[in-house]
Design a protein around this ligand. Structure first.
Ligand code: NAD
Length: 277
């Protein structure tokens, strides 16, 4: 059970794998879901699934980096559903332009035709920092305005395992998610007196379109990285999307987590607890 009936929940990145599952679950409990995504077709597909099941959803084409665009969506949201009660900052991701080819730098790499730390493109870092950090900050600026002076409102950000300890090859994404966790705590403190709770989920490893090329070869066999991840996950497997839903429902449900704010909750099969020995 999740007490979100008639709550207006804005979800960014709602056309994606994890957030479309979040939206569908929250709509089952009577939430009015506003599905924001750069990819309107994906968001609309999720809205169609929800409405076909009798839930409430509306898709909005939006860029989390475009404050004016988000303000227009907020005005439209007020007409469609009312003020935002809960914001889920789900849009995020990495870029191959900000990933090294190898885990460790070795002598001679500089002259090889590979992406080393030294030749990573600044635009790759900027893209990843913008999408994950500013893509959390800007929607928060826009939609938390709806929450001030009202009860039962909260924000849920999506951090990552990278935030606790960086993963190899993806320096920008690791630093950016660390920033998301830090910003979650800052925001939680800043809005505590208003009663607006701010928390984050830190998913472990879930296979999605973003990371599937890193985890599986084209022929479907697992990559060496998959072997390392599973060896470092005490539960010995990837997470299933639905295994994030309990943590999601706990953190957005005021009646269950009304005194929980500033928390980064790992859902990771023990990955963040394991030293490797
Ligand atoms: N999949 C995992 O294992 C995993 C693990 C940890 C954290 N995460 C985080 O969870 C969140 C969701 O991940 P996912 O795997 O479902 O990703 P996904 O790629 O399936 O979905 C991301 C969605 O965000 C949208 N998007 C991208 N840029 C946008 C922008 N500028 N404005 C609005 N929408 C934009 C995309 O169109 C896409 O629909 C992300 O923040 C991701 O970093 C994922």
């Amino acid at each position: 059970m999740c007490n979100v009936k008639d709550k207006v929940i804005v979800i960014t990145g709602a056309g994606g794998v994890l957030c479309s599952a979040f939206a569908q679950e929250l709509a089952k409990y009577g939430a009015k879901t506003a599905l924001l995504d750069l990819n309107l077709i994906a968001a609309q597909k999720c809205a169609d699934v929800i409405t076909a099941a009798g839930g409430k959803a509306k898709a909005y084409e939006s860029n989390v980096l475009d404050k004016e665009g988000l303000e227009k969506i907020r005005a439209q949201l007020h007409k469609d559903f009312g003020k935002c009660d809960i914001l889920i900052n789900g849009a995020g991701g990495n870029s191959p332009k900000a990933s090294t080819d190898k885990e460790y730098y070795c002598d001679g790499d500089l002259n090889a035709e590979i992406k080393t730390f030294f030749n990573l493109d600044k635009s790759g870092f900027s893209f990843v920092f913008d999408l994950n950090i500013m893509g959390t900050v800007i929607p928060s600026q826009v939609f938390i305005q709806d929450m001030t002076g009202r009860k039962g409102c909260s924000v849920l950000n999506i951090s990552s395992m990278n935030a606790f300890r960086p993963l190899t090859k993806i320096p920008a994404y690791s630093a950016a998610k660390s920033g998301v966790s830090n910003f979650t705590q800052w925001l939680a403190v800043h809005f505590a007196k208003e009663g607006i709770r701010v928390n984050a989920l830190a998913p472990g490893f879930f296979v999605t379109q973003q990371n599937s090329a890193l985890l599986y070869n084209a022929d479907g066999t697992p990559t060496p990285r998959t072997g390392k991840i599973l060896a470092a996950t005490p539960m010995g497997r990837f997470g299933k999307d639905e295994e994030l839903l309990g943590a999601l429902m706990f953190l957005v449900d005021e009646t269950k987590s009304g005194f929980v704010t500033g928390v980064i909750l790992p859902v990771d099969g023990g990955f963040s607890a394991y030293s490797g020995v």
